[in-house]
Ligand binder design. Structure first.
Ligand SMILES: [Zn+2]
Length: 452
């Protein structure tokens, strides 16, 4: 299993294509399907279309993106899905939280402000660090075929801001479960840090760094009564392949038991106690054939299934279930879930202020590391200095001459973009400090290399 961290360098447009003139919304998290699509695009950029590569490579692609791997959703630090079983203060004036799945205080619970209200199963940000997560901008509709702006067609797009209130780049966390049968080569590919593009509007948005870490997650607690909380839409079907009727608890129990008992070491679902659910239609995109997938009826993110078991499933089996998910099309990011045996609680205010400040990176340090990572750290120390001195003497004379030097012809487009941004926008004092930090980092690196 990999714990995945994604750091956003540009705003994220995690919505759908514009329809009419309504603003294009964005999701507040990265669905597993989006992460999977971005990794598939990176694989194709590296090796070519799966239809045009040798058979062994094609098998690797299929193993990664059509078979063994479950791509979980990624949630930004300070955000979470509020399960549909949770009731909260309708006016959000007080912090009363009741999880109906594990609360027996009776009907119509209330707080001092009035009756409690159910959530909508949405992703929410808590804490001051969130800032204003969504920003809105207006764009000209571009004709995809002609590459020209269509006359008079403006649309408004909402994007997830890539910086939090403190100016730090937003990070997202989640999990990829490779499955036992994934070939070694494919697992190694998945385990590499790389740059990805997430979501729409490529070019002006979506640049992220994907950092996977092999992990041994802690197994969740177990019991006779377990809530499955969906953190991705799930496509649940009855034995005939039809969408499950969630109100029909008999059929639901039988279908869930058929799927879960073999995974949970023969712990059987004896009853579906209660279901809190919403429905939605989901589609998809088949990367290899470049064709749309059928639209299906799914149970939405935030839905909760409260199940009774004849005996508590082993914790490590539950852990395997959370890595695998439930229902169909799991390799596309559907069916990701968490299990719980006790009430959901509003996470406490994350990260004390001191920690938040630690996370705010000095732009000069970020630039210095960027320059160091190009492999031309020493060269930049020598060649950036005259530029900075010239700029200090003649303010407003920013230019990109440095980037034309033959030495830098192999920069990645990402590095080139970032260095361009630095040269054109960084104030002289930041550039000056960048040089200072780069000089130090460079010496440290040389020492490391020189060590026997
Ligand atoms: Zn209240």
């Amino acid at each position: 299993m990999f714990d995945v961290q994604v750091t956003a360098h540009q705003p994220l447009a995690l919505g759908v294509r514009p329809a009419g003139t309504a603003p294009v919304p964005t999701r507040l998290h990265v669905p597993g399907s989006v992460l999977r699509g971005a990794l598939a695009a990176a694989w194709i950029a590296e090796y070519g279309l799966p239809t045009k590569v040798p058979a062994s490579k094609r098998r690797e692609f299929i193993a990664l993106f059509e078979g063994y791997v479950s791509y979980g959703p990624l949630f930004a630090t300070g955000s979470q899905v509020v399960p549909l079983s949770v009731l909260r203060c309708k006016y959000r004036r007080c912090a009363t939280v009741v999880d109906e799945a594990f609360d027996d205080t009776g009907d119509n619970p209330s707080c001092g402000c009035g009756p409690l209200a159910p959530g909508r199963g949405e992703v929410e940000f808590t804490g001051a660090a969130a800032g204003r997560p969504v920003t809105q901008s207006t764009h000209l509709q571009i004709d995809d075929d002609r590459g020209t702006a269509e006359e008079g067609l403006l649309f408004t797009r909402r994007v997830l801001a890539h910086r939090d209130a403190d100016g730090a780049e937003r990070t997202f966390h989640g999990r990829i479960s490779p499955g036992a049968d994934l070939p070694d080569g494919a697992a190694a590919w998945l385990g590499d840090t790389r740059r990805l593009r997430l979501g729409g509007r490529r070019g002006t948005s979506g640049a992220v760094t994907y950092t996977p870490h092999p992990s041994n997650p802690v197994a969740p607690p177990t019991g006779h009564r377990i809530a499955l909380r969906l953190i991705a839409p799930a496509i649940l079907t009855d034995p005939a392949g039809m969408p499950l009727d969630l109100a029909d608890h008999q059929t639901l129990r039988a279908s869930l038991d058929a799927e879960l008992a073999p995974l949970l070491g023969d712990a059987h679902v004896t009853a579906v106690e209660r279901v809190w659910a919403r429905r939605e239609r989901v589609g998809g995109w088949h990367a290899a054939s470049r064709l749309p997938k059928p639209v299906e009826l799914a149970v939405s993110i935030g839905s909760v299934l409260l199940l009774d078991f004849d005996r508590p499933p082993a914790s490590d089996r539950l852990l395997a279930l959370t890595g695998r998910g439930i229902g169909l099309r799991r390799s596309e990011g559907f069916g990701a879930l968490e299990t719980a045996i006790s009430a959901w609680g509003q996470p406490t205010e994350p990260a004390p202020i001191a920690t938040r400040q630690d996370q705010v990176q000095d732009p000069a340090e970020a630039y210095a590391r960027l320059l160091l990572d190009t492999g031309h750290g020493a060269w930049f120390v020598d060649n950036l200095r005259p530029y900075v001195e010239e700029l200090a003497a003649h303010p407003g004379t920013q230019h990109l001459g440095l980037l034309q030097r033959p030495r830098l012809r192999r920069l990645t487009p990402y590095e080139r973009d970032r260095i361009e941004g630095m040269l054109l926008t960084a104030p002289v004092d930041v550039l000056d400090r960048t040089l200072g930090i780069l000089t130090v980092l460079n010496r440290l690196t040389e020492k490391e290399t020189a060590r026997p």
